[in-house]
Design a protein around this ligand. Structure first.
Ligand SMILES: [Zn+2]
Length: 157
């Protein structure tokens, strides 16, 4: 298991684009931006749809399950609050309920609670949440929910 993340070293100050997202985390809800004009969902939140350029967007709440599309193991922290967590796995997770009308699936970055030895591409994951020690916001973490999956691939090392 990765070491603890020292959230006391970060202060969350949502800007206009992220305020709704961070407020939803207080209720352990993970939102994806969704274009109000064409329906595209994307991550990370940013103003403006990359498909149709509309600036009108809403939020789509995901169920909190996904599949590991890829991952890396971070052994050299680049942020002070992650120094106690190394080594940890940062995954790209594909969200089935983030599927767009063209069949593409929205992918998000996901900080896993699992060790490198337990990670493989294709495994299912579920959303969990960490508390911030002094702010009401929650921070998303993801946990592997099965040891095998059809078509899974694990680095041979
Ligand atoms: Zn759009």
């Amino acid at each position: 298991m990765p070491g603890p993340v020292d959230y006391a070293k970060i202060q969350i100050t949502p800007d206009q684009d992220m305020a709704a997202w961070w407020n939803a985390t207080k209720e352990k809800r993970f939102l994806l931006p969704q274009c109000a004009a064409c329906g595209l969902k994307w991550w990370p939140p940013a103003p403006g749809c990359r498909r149709c350029t509309s600036l009108e967007q809403s939020w789509h709440q995901i169920k909190g399950v996904g599949e590991i599309h890829s991952y890396i193991v971070v052994s050299q922290p680049i942020a002070a609050h992650m120094a106690t967590a190394v080594p940890y796995v940062l995954a790209i997770v594909e969200l089935p309920d983030g599927t767009n009308d063209d069949g593409s699936k929205t992918r998000i970055h996901a900080l896993l609670l699992d060790d490198e030895k337990d990670v493989a591409i294709g495994l299912p994951v579920a959303l969990a949440w960490d508390d911030h020690p002094s702010q009401p916001y929650k921070l998303p973490r993801w946990r592997i929910t099965a040891k095998t999956a059809p078509g899974m691939w694990k680095h041979p090392g």
